[in-house]
Design a protein around this ligand. Structure first.
Ligand code: CO
Ligand code: ZN
Length: 330
């Protein structure tokens, strides 16, 4: 699974600019599905008909990642930028980014008055080695993704964009594992989640699923003096009960708990006070669906070194395959 995750996290694909990551995922899953298509927004939608009278299930993992977009270029060729999704100044200085044409840039900020006070994003810039606006290799509107290699170390996987390429990996592995299912399943690799769960909204409107399940990261509460959340690394996948955009369908939550208990898969219950996932869009699209989320506990979400536990990821694959292949009693 290391190799798949490495490829997923290192492939370019900021929100709205997902064509490279979409091509990679398509190649990976095409042999395992009945049909596959790309909708107008760019969502990759793979379909597996069920072999019984189960439910219509939409599983969504977002393939976009946070990034930066060039807003203007100074006379001397430095790029000013705006954020694509939740990018924070504390993880920027000295970082590298890459544009779709391969241009690499270094991010820095204007001189700080005090090390205790960071500048906002608009006082940062990207240096791509240009000396004037004219010789700049990228233009206004170009999108950059962060540049960081994947590292596998002991029980931990470290990378940028684990949010949500690790969710994509879990869905891909489950899709390969499931041979038969009573349920009709649509595997959706969604676009533009980081800018407001937009891709999942149009996909769910088109598919009108009975069940909408997101597979995404959630926060971890086990670092020094961090956010309070009853989720830690290494204690199994988290079953979301609530986040700031959604209250999960209780029948689906109970079904996930039951599947985990029967298969002896460790799990945690998640109440996340800030943030949401594609499940929010699936829940309220069209006439609505029974929505929930299987979350992978992750440290340092939206930094360029997001950390997950290997056993949590493997257990997430087991729980997802089990849930999808058996009858879902809401
Ligand atoms: Co995110
Ligand atoms: Zn995410």
């Amino acid at each position: 699974m290391d190799e798949l995750i490495k490829n997923l996290v290192e492939t370019y694909g900021p929100s709205g600019f997902e064509w490279k990551i979409r091509a990679l995922i398509r190649d990976e899953i095409e042999p395992y599905v009945e049909d596959i298509k790309v909708d107008a927004m760019g969502n990759l939608i793979a379909h597996r008909p069920g072999d019984g009278d189960g439910l219509k299930v939409m599983v969504a993992a977002h393939m976009d990642e946070i990034g930066l977009m060039v807003s203007h270029i100074t006379e001397k060729g430095f790029l000013r930028f705006t954020n694509i999704g939740g990018v924070r100044p504390q993880s920027l200085m000295g970082s590298r980014v890459q544009f779709s044409n391969g241009t690499t840039g270094v991010i820095y900020s204007e001189k700080l008055e005090s090390w205790a006070k960071l500048h906002p994003l608009n006082k940062h810039y990207i240096d791509v080695g240009a000396t004037s606006r004219e010789d700049c290799p990228v233009e206004v509107g170009a999108a950059a993704a962060f540049l960081r290699p994947f590292v596998s170390q002991g029980n931990r996987w470290i990378a940028k964009s684990m949010d949500d390429r690790i969710g994509c990996a879990v869905v891909i592995e489950a899709l390969k594992e499931i041979e038969h299912s009573i349920n009709e399943i649509y595997f959706v690799f969604s676009v533009q989640e980081e800018v407001g769960t937009r891709g999942a909204l149009t996909a769910a409107n088109a598919l009108q699923p009975d069940v909408g399940l997101a597979v995404d990261v959630t926060l971890s509460g086990d670092m020094p003096e961090t956010n309070t959340i009853a989720v830690v690394l290494g204690s199994g996948p988290a079953i979301k009960v609530k986040d700031s955009g959604m209250i999960a369908h209780t029948g689906l939550v109970n079904q996930m708990k039951l599947r985990a208990e029967e298969a002896k898969i460790p799990y945690q219950l998640e109440v996340l006070e800030g943030g949401s996932t594609d499940a929010r869009s699936m829940q309220i699209a069209g006439a609505g669906s029974a929505a929930g989320c299987l979350s992978i506990p992750t440290r340092y979400v939206h930094s360029q070194s997001e950390v997950v536990d290997v056993s949590d990821v493997k257990n997430s694959v087991r729980l997802l395959s089990d849930l999808l292949s058996k009858p879902i009693n809401l």
